[in-house]
Design a protein around this ligand. Sequence first.
Ligand code: SF4
Length: 409
Amino acid sequence: MSSAPQRKDFEATGKMKEVMGNYFAELDRGPKEGKKTAWCTSVGPAELLRALGFNVYFPENHGAMLGATRMATDLIPLANARGFSPDICSYLTSDIGSHLKGASPLQKMKMSGPPKADVLVFNTNQCRDVKDWFQWYGREWDVPCVGIHTPRSIGDVDDSIIDDVARQTEALVGPLEEVAGEKFDIDKLREVIDISRQCTVLWKTILETAAARPSPLTFFDGTVQMGPAVVLRGHQSAVDYYNVLLPELQERVAGRVAAVEDERFRIYWEGMPIWGKLSSLSAQFLELKTCVVASTYCNSWIFEALDPSDPFESMARAYSTIFICRSDDRKEQYIEQMVDKYQVDGILYHDAKTCPNNSNSRYEMPQRMQKKLGKPYLVVNGDLNDLRLYSEEQTRTNIEAFVEQLSEE
Ligand code: SF4
């Protein structure tokens, strides 16, 4: 009897667990060591916060953990009962549910739970939900909640947008200094931006190894390996980690070590991960000898515009050019270039019910892209965290039929 194909782990992963463990331990120790904690949205001004000496915590990462551990399912209704609709961001509802119940996956890491914020800092470049989410905690703890309002559906990122976002970011310095009890130092910011940029370049190079045939890396690996790029950008430990992971991937490429044995097809994943189903989806694609080689999601933590010689403008550019805040025609150009670069055979769009902001199948994009690129597509209806909105059986059948279709192309 032949056994099911196995996902190949990376030797570096042990080191990553250590790096992430240290990050959470540092957050936990923060108050005892007199360090202040700033909550930051995933594409918020993390560099500025680090430069001001804050420990930086990202609740979306906690949201993803609640999804991956499937704790979200029981917690979302608690936030719904408090008045947050089941139709809005399920990171928000799971996280607030987690707070209300006092239950968190961080407790398995010997933390009492997420660290209490001294200040909450958002950027609406991704959605409005993050602001509502942070404001709730601001009221709950009576701490300041400040942020940046970035336009969305941006076509050309012109100077007026950069100027506006850069000035809004600079305006945060005063209120943040007050909470931090530290004077802002532009050279410290340049230093942090430099480290953040090194992390970005490494993370990009890592993801690009998947352009090789066979690919040494899948989207599912990427969702695990991206941890340091998300929570530790601007911190040397992320750079150190990716300097360990990259050679391992390069070795796999040189030795033609495939992430998916006998890789037949290559798919692009558009949209959010389905956190609670990553293992079963990964296993299904392994069985189908199909590699999900690239995704919008894992590439969303690449901020090439960061430039230590121009801190505020470059942060504004980096955080206003991300995929999620661009117009559909810019998003389509991006996907087209990714399909070409990664030699993709088909595109899977995840329509995440509670995240319209990061679902791109609702306004005819798949059909337009198919016409333009001649590549088949599949739309999977589901959600990032709320598994009540996901049918495993139906998705399995649809993925099977999609891969069958690829073999007939
Ligand atoms: S982008 Fe989507 S998943 Fe992320 S915080 Fe906003 S609504 Fe939630």
